[in-house]
Design a protein around this ligand. Structure first.
Ligand SMILES: *Cc1c(COP(=O)(O)O)cnc(C)c1O
Length: 430
């Protein structure tokens, strides 16, 4: 054994170092032990000095016991599924922390007995949509569609849907296949670009469970097109389920073509389904709003138990609905001149640090979460292209977008409070 190897402290001695004891309390013993073993090996290899093992371990330890990292979304895509969709408001984050321990999610503290699970979140949802009689929440919009198909058509009855609305949501998942997996029969009507009321009327019969109207939230069909709205479909005398996708509860002035729950129900939809983590700006959830009788039937269906949301989701959803404007909504409302001013300030700070940064006008988009084709005026910091990869590897990873051989950091989906992180990360990468 060489001298250097003999000097390497034993694992139990290293783990007794107060800094590592504290780290183990924070992130768990196993992660610390693995980092100690790696540092001991580095010392054996001669890449670090034996006396710097503890320092090396402390520096290499993750901040948290999860490997999911906070990332800055500088892609210009507001609702980015790969980056976890909507960032939560601080009110929603606090609500999650509050509910994380033991909580009264399903308990009435006044009466001292069991209560309806998540009742306050469900009430907040129903309150936000005045045209809804009742509401229910499941894991995501796909789960909402699954539940309604199972409950109304799982016995082999028909779901009538336009051929223009057979949507692939993403990652290979398709709504028609999801529905068919329940045992329901899909009755496709119309053509890809055009469907008329008569196309629906022609196939409706005894075996019809409901008409499904799916919002094409991630593509647009333009040119010679025609579709049938909820109001006309509601006149056909069978239930109409409207999957509005993005979770707008009321009309949004910037997104006039995006359907919303209040209007769809006013137009006669029996049930509306939507996601919680797109334009609503909340946690992943499937929102179901509509007539009391149907909502109760869905809530009582055996499969509802398998699609049940957890207490953290309910807490965050209620805070999103009752609390301050969530980030996604605030970002949508940011004036372009504010974005340009931020881009100019960041670019100037970076130029002072010797980095070739400029501020440029840019175009952002809502993303797969809704409003396809809508271009949102935005502003970005332009950097040389090699920054794109480097910025993803900084201590606060930044995901930008590469366009015309530049790395663009689009500010549309960046919280202004993250501007300083952005400057720091670019300097670290530079
Ligand atoms: C996003 C989307 C879905 C899927 O919603 P999840 O909450 O991701 O399950 C379904 N339908 C439409 C129209 C969508 O836009």
């Amino acid at each position: 054994m060489t001298d250097a190897r003999r000097q390497i402290p034993r694992t139990d001695m290293l783990l007794a170092d107060p800094r590592l004891v504290a780290a183990a309390e924070r992130i768990g013993y196993q992660l610390v032990k693995t980092a100690v073993a790696a540092a001991q090996q580095a010392a054996r290899d001669g890449t670090i000095a034996p006396e710097s093992i503890v320092d090396t371990v402390v520096r290499s330890l993750p901040e948290r016991a999860t490997s999911l990292r906070p990332v800055v979304n500088a892609t210009g895509i507001l609702v980015h599924t790969n980056l976890g969709r909507a960032p939560l408001s601080s009110a929603a984050i606090e609500a999650i922390v509050g509910a994380a321990g033991v909580t009264d999610v399903e308990f009435d503290l006044g009466a001292g007995q069991r209560a309806r699970r998540g009742r306050s979140a469900v009430e907040a949802l129903a309150d936000a949509v005045p045209t809804a009689e009742a509401a229910h929440v499941v894991n995501n919009n796909a789960a909402a569609l699954l539940l309604v198909a199972l409950a109304l058509a799982g016995d082999g009855r028909e779901i009538v849907i336009s051929r223009g609305e057979l949507v692939e949501i993403g990652d290979g998942f398709r709504i028609p296949e999801l529905l068919a997996s329940t045992g329901a029969v899909l009755r496709e009507v119309g053509a890809t670009n055009r469907t008329r009321l008569a196309d629906y009327a022609d196939v409706i019969g005894e075996n019809t469970a409901f008409i499904l109207k799916v919002h094409p939230s991630n593509f647009i069909v333009s040119g010679f097109t025609r579709e049938v709205g909820v109001r006309e479909l509601a006149g056909l005398g069978v239930p109409v389920v409207a999957d509005i996708g993005s979770g707008l509860l009321k009309p949004h002035p910037l997104l006039p073509d995006e359907p919303d729950a209040t209007t769809s129900l006013a137009e006669g939809a029996t049930l509306v389904t939507a996601s919680g983590d797109k334009l609503l700006g909340g946690p992943q959830a499937g929102l179901m709003l509509g007539k009391t009788e149907l909502v109760e039937r869905l809530r009582r269906h055996p499969a509802a138990r398998a699609l049940r949301v957890d207490k953290l989701t309910l807490a965050a959803l209620e805070a999103t609905l009752r609390g301050p404007l969530p980030p996604v909504r605030a970002m949508l409302a940011t004036p372009t001149r504010d974005l340009l001013a931020r881009a100019e300030k960041i670019a100037a700070e970076l130029r002072n640090a010797g980095i070739a940064a400029t501020s440029v006008e840019s175009e952002a988009a809502v993303g797969g979460g809704g409003a396809p084709g809508v271009r949102l005026p935005s502003a970005a910091v332009s950097l040389p292209p090699e920054y794109a990869a480097k910025l993803r590897k900084t201590s606060r990873p930044i995901v930008g977008r590469t366009e015309r051989n530049q790395c663009l950091l689009d500010l549309f989906a960046v919280d202004p409070e993250q501007d300083a992180d952005l400057v720091r990360a670019v300097r670290e990468a530079g």
